[in-house]
Design a protein around this ligand. Structure first.
Ligand code: NAD
Ligand code: UGA
Length: 482
């Protein structure tokens, strides 16, 4: 018998919960979606009348929120009520790497997942389908099940009952709306066929049936970790080749293009960059490492751990190149950092390569001026754990006090006066159109442009008389004698 579904609850209004429920609400006007969170500020931002103040920047999100909010999509902190009402509950809370205790540094901290499961156990009524949307270590569903089944036993006349499913999310930030609207696949892992069918009915409103995959619950959990591990490994692979290109005279873009034509390899995810960032790749690989270690699979653990190790090395490599090229010292030199987000089209900075690279450059005594179109000064301060020096304004934009190693924030690109170098760390569209000839006149020559994202036309920089370095380019790794 088909399970009737009317009310959906999502616990966690973050980068996954918010966009996912917004897209679902837009595709399923006949269903109600209540997105709840313990973070009052975040919920207030989701409810802000000014759609530019949503807590997450994601292309296309504003329009969809505008269409659905307070119609069939509601953001609130009333967790109890949303759970009581719900036929299906998505758990979409954060699962960062544990910093303390057993498994610290590798396994996921499940305290937010456990707290959510306990809330569901406490407030739910009747039969509820509970869906793991967060990325979780394999066999986490068992933990959720144990908590919920003990509530089942205790429920007396109320007769609570649950089915637990795994439905991992594969969206990437910056393209979340497109990824949700046109997913490569939707994965549903579970045991209860009725519950799996009920969840699939939601997706069938816009996803073709052959893209909805059913698996057992553990395969679903493991497939999510594996998918991220494969993607991250691919980036480390091409970044390792970039280092070889630089010393041999080859060009990593040409190598990527050539190998990407092989249909078995494919052309996506072959852009060499400053090292992968984002809240998930590192965390999910470390989860896999922890799992392998737990089962005594030492070589498997080492294999995956090397992907993370390499990524850290690669990020360091970029800051070292900057120092080496600038005559071995950047002390008190003004370096402009373009981009702080871990990739373009998001305001997210979690694990951004920019964090380690900027910290390294500040340690070397540089004065950084950081500009990112979507990341705030407060966020950068939290990430760098260093207060900014005086805000840049008309009076002091050319002036620095003599304290070594500092950074300032800028809200625009009017920052090139007296700069010794520019380092591009995020591939924002607006950086592609910089007029180097005009800006070079303001810089201290010989000045450098370091492009860690391959978005700048080398010819334009050359024309401006600037030194140019880009990642993995053995051909243009050249110095212009001025
Ligand atoms: P996030 O930190 O942006 O959001 C999580 C939200 O959950 C926070 O707002 C937090 O306040 C809330 N929360 C925590 N405990 C709660 C509780 N007990 N009750 C109510 N709210 C609670 O995290 P995110 O980026 O949305 O990621 C969530 C999960 O999705 C993670 O497991 C992540 O690995 C996975 N994931 C993330 C992405 C991504 O692109 N960010 C993509 C796919 C999967
Ligand atoms: C990634 C996955 O792509 C999603 O499928 C997954 O759902 C998500 O993680 C998750 O589980 O959180 P995301 O981290 O948002 O998505 O963004 P990606 O596009 O994968 O980029 C990750 C990092 O790799 C970024 O720093 C990006 O700049 C870098 N990258 C990506 C490269 O350096 N080169 C590439 O070719 C692609």
């Amino acid at each position: 018998m088909e399970i009737p579904i009317k009310n959906i609850c999502c616990i966690g209004a973050g980068y996954v919960g918010g966009p996912t429920m917004t897209v679902m609400a837009s595709k399923c006007p006949h269903l109600n979606f209540n997105v709840v969170d313990i973070n009052e500020e975040r919920i207030a931002s989701w409810n802000n009348k000014n759609l530019s103040e949503l807590p997450i920047f994601e292309p296309g999100l504003k329009d969809l929120v505008n269409k659905t909010r307070n119609k069939n999509l509601f953001f609130s902190t009333n967790i109890k009520e949303a759970i009581e009402l719900a036929d299906i509950i998505f758990i979409s809370v954060n699962t960062p790497t544990k910093t303390k205790g057993l498994g610290a540094g590798k396994s996921s901290d499940l305290k937010w997942v456990e707290a959510s499961a306990r809330e569901v156990a406490r407030y739910s009524k009747g039969y509820t389908i509970v869906v793991e949307k967060s990325t979780l270590p394999v066999r986490t569903a068992e933990v959720i099940q144990k908590i919920l089944y003990s509530a089942e036993k205790d429920s007396g006349k109320e007769k609570k009952s649950f089915s637990v499913l795994s439905n991992p999310e594969f969206l990437a930030e910056g393209t979340a709306i497109k990824d949700l609207e046109y997913p490569d696949r939707v994965l549903i892992g579970g045991e209860n066929e009725g519950a799996m069918l009920a969840l699939s009915q939601i997706y069938k409103a816009w996803v073709a049936e052959d893209k909805i995959l059913f698996t057992n619950i553990w395969s679903s959990e493991l497939a999510k970790l594996t998918s991220n591990a494969f993607l991250a490994q691919r980036i480390s692979s091409i970044n390792s080749i970039s280092a070889i290109c630089e010393v041999t005279g080859a060009d990593v873009r040409e190598v990527s293009r050539a190998i990407g034509k092989d249909s078995r390899i494919g052309s996506k995810f072959l852009d060499s960059g400053p090292g992968f960032g984002g809240s998930c790749f590192k965390k999910d690989i470390l989860n896999l490492v922890y799992l392998a270690e737990y089962y005594g699979l030492v070589e498997v653990a080492q294999f995956w751990e090397s992907v993370v190790y390499f990524n850290n090395w690669h990020q360091r490599r970029i800051s070292q190149i900057v120092v080496k090229k600038m005559f071995g010292t950047i002390s008190q030199k003004k370096i402009i950092i373009l981009g702080f987000a871990f990739k373009a089209n998001t305001n997210d900075t979690r694990e951004s390569a920019a964090i380690n690279i900027c910290k390294d450059l500040i340690d070397e005594g540089a004065h950084l001026i950081i500009y990112d179109p979507k990341v705030s000064s407060n966020q950068i301060e939290k990430d760098l754990e260093i207060c900014p020096s005086k805000e840049l304004d008309e009076e002091n934009k050319n002036h620095f006090n003599k304290r070594v190693g500092q950074w300032s924030f800028s809200t625009n690109l009017d920052i090139f006066e007296n700069a010794h170098a520019v380092l591009i760390l995020t591939e924002w569209e607006e950086f592609k159109n910089i007029n180097w000839v005009k800006l070079a006149k303001k810089m201290v020559l010989p000045a450098w442009v370091f492009d860690a994202r391959s978005i700048i036309d080398p010819e334009e920089v050359k024309k401006a008389g600037l030194n140019f370095w880009r990642l993995g380019d053995g051909k243009t790794d050249m110095e212009i004698n001025i």
